[in-house]
Design a protein around this ligand. Structure first.
Ligand SMILES: [Zn+2]
Length: 79
């Protein structure tokens, strides 16, 4: 089962389809490149992914796809 350990210690499992912790995004510039109707599967393939840890709300952004390690973003918590 695909999974990774968040810095907070929470085990992030990402084998479910659809995946509860995975979010897809595309840059405004890349999206703007589509000037007509686009197949949703093609759009899906162009999008990048990040995981949201449900425990600590860290984001793990896969800027270069799943072949490379994701970059970790830590939210600043209000005191
Ligand atoms: Zn976490």
């Amino acid at each position: 089962m695909p999974k990774m350990l968040c810095t907070c210690g929470n085990l992030l499992r990402y084998s479910n389809i659809p995946c509860e912790i995975e979010y897809k995004f595309i840059s405004d510039v890349d999206y703007e490149g589509y000037d007509k109707k686009i197949d949703n599967e093609e759009l899906y393939m162009r999008m990048q992914s990040f995981f949201l840890c449900p425990e600590c709300e860290r984001l793990w952004v896969f800027w270069k796809g799943f072949e490379e390690a994701p970059r970790e973003y830590v939210p600043i918590m209000e005191k």
